[in-house]
Design a protein around this ligand. Structure first.
Ligand SMILES: *Cc1c(COP(=O)(O)O)cnc(C)c1O
Length: 362
């Protein structure tokens, strides 16, 4: 039906650039020399895979994506291991999530094997851009957008899949310094039946004003509550959230409004392998605040590809600010960060088979 990546056409840049000195200074501002793209048209399916020099897309002003947001993306990282090899972290899980996000946005699914192959092929071509220092990575941003040059509201008949790469350092300028988060009752990120479990632009647009308000109030991130009762903790900023309460690690279950994080899944697998008691169960904001006050809450952290784990030092709720334990990164937060990054940089064995080597294709 589809020709797939068999006909991959590669056109290399004729004006190679030096990798800038400060390529990893600010997250997502420097891109590598090439991009991957592929098109979809009704009746033809996905076709025409290409790697070309990074270039502008040339969308007409009436492009449906620009008006109605029919698009999805994902985000994953590749690492230069201590042995010099480049490996991607769980690329097939990210490819699957991209497909699921696409299905929710009525975008025709792109085969997961092709998406993974696009990751490997493009990182291989731009491998000189993968930074080597501990903490740095190559960030992969696969994106699918509606491409019809028309503003009628319906699922587009044509789409563009593209992949770009950005060398990145640690996501937060403050490294692993604890963040302060504030729960909002005014705004919600995602409602039941909505887009919460898809990585799609609308969710991020919906979060921006709340994030600005949180910053004005002196917090780093928003603690998102559920849309119905404004009571159940869902996510923090663009990360999944975990709390260590008494002898248990708690994270909210994936019931449709929460983005199913690959880092979340990996952290759960590690903690279970360490014999910790881990529960995916609803966590009420009042219980979280009460536990912080009576000191049974020992740690809270966010998980996500960008920061891996991000400790939470303080929580704001209804005008009050409460500290999480002593406000410093907790022992389990650090253990998770160390264990995940040791696997990513090939400093430790990879018992779950999470890392995929980027082969040299040509
Ligand atoms: C991407 C994302 C996450 C984290 O997912 P990872 O796969 O761990 O990077 C969590 N929440 C939201 C809203 C996200 O967009």
């Amino acid at each position: 039906m589809n020709e797939g990546l068999q006909g991959l056409a590669i056109r290399r840049t004729t004006e190679p650039r030096e990798v800038p000195e400060d390529a990893t200074a600010t997250f997502g501002t420097v891109f590598t020399e090439h991009m991957f793209y592929m098109r979809y048209e009704t009746g033809r399916g996905w076709h025409g895979p290409k790697i070309e020099p990074l270039h502008a897309l040339g969308l007409v002003p009436g492009s449906s994506m620009l008006h109605y947001g029919q698009g999805v993306f994902d985000g994953l990282k590749g690492f230069r291991g201590r042995d010099g090899e480049i490996r991607l972290f769980r690329p097939e899980v990210h490819a699957r999530r991209l497909r699921r996000s696409a299905e929710r946005l009525a975008i025709p699914p792109l085969a997961e094997e092709w998406v993974v192959e696009s990751f490997l092929r493009l990182v291989d071509i731009d491998r000189a851009w993968v930074p080597g220092e501990r903490g740095t990575a190559i960030y992969l941003r696969p994106t699918i957008i509606a491409a019809d040059p028309a503003i009628g509201l319906h699922p587009s008949h044509s789409y563009l899949y593209f992949l770009i790469l950005s060398p990145v350092g640690a996501y937060y300028a403050s490294g692993s310094a604890p963040v302060s988060i504030v729960a909002t009752e005014e705004f919600v990120r995602a409602a039941p039946g909505g887009l919460g479990e898809a990585k799609t632009p609308a969710n991020y647009a919906a979060s921006l004003l709340a994030a600005e308000r949180a910053k004005e109030a002196g917090f780093t991130q928003v603690l998102w509550l559920d849309a119905v009762e404004r009571r159940w903790v869902e996510e923090v900023g663009t990360m999944n959230i975990m709390a260590r309460l008494g002898g248990e690690v708690v994270t909210p279950p994936l019931t449709g409004t929460i983005l199913p994080g690959v880092t979340r899944d990996s952290a759960l697998a590690l903690m279970r392998s360490w014999g910790l008691k881990v529960s995916e169960r609803p966590l009420a904001i009042d219980a979280l605040i009460a536990a912080a006050k009576d000191r049974t809450l020992s740690e809270v952290w966010g998980t996500g590809t960008a920061a891996v784990v991000s400790p939470v030092g303080e929580i704001g709720w209804r005008g009050e600010r409460v500290c999480v334990a002593d406000g410093k990164p907790g022992a389990l937060t650090r253990r998770l960060y160390d264990a995940l990054t040791a696997i990513q940089y090939a400093e430790a064995p990879d018992p779950h088979g999470w890392m995929v080597n980027v082969p040299v294709f040509n």
